[in-house]
Each structure stands twice: as structure tokens, then as C-alpha cells.
Design a protein around this ligand. Structure first.
Ligand code: ZN
Length: 393
């Protein structure tokens, strides 16, 4: 949660979770051979949907014999979980949108007030300037009939909870904002408006013929329940603030939403060269695969995803503890993944310890409860690296 009182921004996740609990996740159960057979099954489907190449090749499924599902997963006979935008050509029957086409979609939506139409257009121009080749089809799909509601602070709290500032309801495609919203003068209003619009980037449910396609970033994994919701939320923060990062920092804003988790994930995605824009065109399997590619056997990234969810939940409920072994493992993982990019054996002890300080500063930026940033674990990870590589003071 955001630590400013009444300054939190939140996705309305609670409203949409129940819809998906019936879908099971095949994470870790599939094989490359199964991907092939799924592709063959897919080729036999509706005539208006052309077959696609087996998804086991290509950038997304980068590991040979990777256990993760590729571009789509059958869950039941007619329910298809879409994992990447490779499927979008078939589902939307067209390529990516141009900005002008997106502007036209915005203009036609009567629920978006005139002033906000201009805001939306400017925002998408800035996003596409910052993220080249941004996938816009899911945005366009949701922008077509997104409903904007301006309601009282009381009603926001009634719907979302005490510390919620604004909301996006995935299931009903509704953005809920305060009726006092003043994005031209209040930075937090501006940040939250951009944030809620960004939530439209990676969710849809589309029925086509007898098939129902669902696309979303996080996944449901049987008895595990949902996994990755926190990372999705934090990527929404990053996706919507990165283009304006310097501007916000210069305005004195270090907390851009969920700073504890956001700082942690910023370090991870920087270390593995993952862009928040990747969360528009692929669900979390891509991020997990990239993390595992860099970290090898260190710790499966799926466990990190689940730890993020637990940390966020406990932080919001004020149940988070110090000296928790799982959070120690998380901070050790973060320190190690950071070192894969910024530390090497040719560096001196002092240079490496400088990097350690930089990392701790990154993790503490804007955090109001620094005792939950395990800086001692980060110190230990760096010391261990130096010991293992014979680098001494
Ligand atoms: Zn949100």
C-alpha cells in the first residue's frame, strides 16, 4: 500500500478475483511436446481463426524444454488462457493500432468527458514516445467502452477500502475517481489518473464462437490461488510513472505507489532488462522465465512472485514482521540479481561496497517503514560475494 495517508492507489482486484477461481493453472505441468499438441488442437478450431505455429520456438519460451506454457493454454475444452500477444492477431483479427486509430476509439466513447479525452490522447502519445512499438490492442479493446465514474471519497472507501485513492474494476471495465479530482494541480491526482488508465493494458475476456479467451498478467494456480497480482500492480506503477520519473522526482515525489514492493521490483526488472511494457504483451510467465534465465537455480521466480503477494498483503494489513525467513530470501535474491548486472570479479572491495550502498538507497527510496527493508541481508549478500571471490578490503 502507499504509505501516505489517503494517498494509495489501487486496482480493484477484490472485485475480479472470484470470477477466475474456477480456472486452474498448468504452470510447471506442460512440456514442449504438449505445446506442440496444443498448437495442433488449436489449428482444428474455428475456421475464422487461423492456426498458429507451435509456440515452443521463439523468444518467449526461451528455455529448451521449458515447463511453462507458451502463448496460450487450454483450460477445459473451450476456455483458453492467453499468455502473449502472439494470439492477438487471431483474437482481434488485426494488427496493432496506430495512435490515430486509438484517438478515434477514445473520441467515440461517450463515457469519457471531453476534457479527459484530450488527457487520454496526450497520455498515450507520451506512452508511445517512451515505449516504442507499444502493444495497443488491449488498450483499444477496453477504451472502447470503459466507463468513468466520479464519486465521493466516501464511496471510494466504501468500494475499495480505507486507504484507497482511486480504482479500476477489471471485470466491469470501470475507472472510479474522486469527484474532487484535480489532475492539473495535484500531483497525486495526476499520478493516480495515469495509473488507473494503465490498468487497462493487460486484461480482457472475449468470447468468439464457442471459445472464451482470457488474458491477464497474473495467473491462478489451483490451490495456490492467484499469483502475481502484486507484481501486476507494481508494474502498473512502473509502466505509468517511468515516462515521468524525473519530473516526479524533481517535484519531490519519491513514493509513486507501493514503494516497498515497487523498489524491489524496479531492481529486479532493471537487472534482467525487462521493460514494464512487456507486461502489456505477455503475462507473468515471461517475467518468471527471464528471472530464472538470469538466476539459474538460485530460487525459482514463481516463489518470488508468491513472496511479493504475501509481503504486499501483510504490509496492507499491517501484519508484516521483521526477521521473516521468506523476506530474508527475497532480499538475498534481490541483492544477488542486482550483482549479476552491477558487480564483477575485477572490481575492488570498495567499489563493490559502493554498489551495495547504491542498492540499499534504491530499496529505501520513499519507504516510510524502512525496518521492512532488510538491509542487513543485502550487506551479507555482498560480503559473501567478496569472500567467495577472494576480494578483500
Ligand atoms: Zn492499481
Amino acid at each position: 500500500m502507499v504509505n501516505h495517508m489517503k494517498r494509495s492507489i489501487c486496482a480493484m482486484l477484490m472485485l475480479c478475483i472470484s470470477v477466475f477461481t474456477l480456472s486452474a493453472c498448468s504452470l510447471g505441468e506442460g512440456t514442449a511436446d504438449e505445446s506442440q499438441s496444443i498448437a495442433e488442437m488449436f489449428a482444428q478450431m474455428d475456421e475464422d481463426i487461423s492456426p498458429i505455429e507451435p509456440a515452443s520456438s521463439g523468444e518467449y519460451n526461451s528455455k529448451e524444454n521449458a515447463a511453462r506454457p507458451c502463448d496460450f493454454t487450454f483450460e477445459g475444452d473451450t476456455y483458453i488462457k492467453v499468455n502473449s500477444n502472439v494470439m492477438f492477431d487471431q483474437i482481434f483479427g488485426r494488427g496493432n493500432y496506430t495512435l490515430e486509430e486509438l484517438y478515434s476509439v477514445i473520441d467515440k466513447n461517450k463515457s469519457i468527458p471531453k476534457e479527459y479525452k484530450d488527457f487520454f490522447k496526450k497520455y498515450f502519445k507520451e506512452l508511445t514516445d517512451y515505449y516504442p512499438d507499444l502493444e495497443l490492442r488491449v488498450f483499444a479493446y477496453n477504451l472502447k467502452d470503459v466507463e468513468m465514474q466520479f464519486i465521493s471519497e466516501y464511496d471510494i472507501h466504501q468500494n475499495g477500502g480505507e486507504n484507497v485513492y482511486a480504482m479500476y474494476d477489471y471485470e466491469n471495465n470501470v475507472i472510479m475517481l474522486r469527484d474532487t479530482l484535480d489532475y492539473q494541480n495535484e500531483y497525486w491526482d495526476l499520478i493516480s489518473l495515469r495509473h488507473e488508465i494503465a490498468h487497462m493494458r493487460n486484461y480482457f475476456q472475449i468470447e468468439k464462437g464457442e471459445y472464451k479467451y482470457t488474458y491477464r498478467f497474473y495467473v491462478f494456480c489451483g490451490e495456490e490461488g492467484s499469483v502475481g497480482a502484486t507484481v501486476d500492480e507494481v508494474l502498473t506503477v512502473m509502466f505509468s510513472t517511468d515516462p515521468y520519473y524525473e519530473e516526479y522526482i524533481n517535484a519531490g515525489i519519491e513514493n509513486m505507489g507501493y514503494p516497498l514492493a515497487t523498489n524491489e521490483l524496479r531492481v529486479i526488472v532493471d537487472a534482467i532488462d525487462y521493460s514494464p511494457a512487456d507486461s502489456v504483451s505477455h503475462n507473468m510467465y515471461l517475467l518468471e522465465d527471464r528471472m530464472n534465465d538470469v538466476m539459474g537455480d538460485k530460487l525459482d521466480s514463481h516463489i518470488i512472485m508468491k513472496t511479493f503477494d504475501r509481503q504486499q498483503r501483510e504490509n496492507i494489513n499491517q501484519e508484516i514482521q521483521q526477521n521473516d525467513p521468506e523476506y530474508e530470501a527475497l532480499f538475498d535474491y534481490i541483492a544477488c540479481i542486482y550483482m549479476t548486472k552491477y558487480v564483477n570479479e575485477s572490481m575492488s572491495y570498495a567499489e563493490i561496497m559502493d554498489r551495495c550502498e547504491v542498492l540499499k538507497d534504491k530499496l529505501l527510496t520513499g519507504v516510510h517503514n524502512p525496518e521492512y527493508v532488510y538491509t542487513d541481508v543485502v550487506d551479507s549478500a555482498f560480503s559473501k560475494y567478496c569472500e567467495e571471490h577472494g576480494i578483500t578490503d
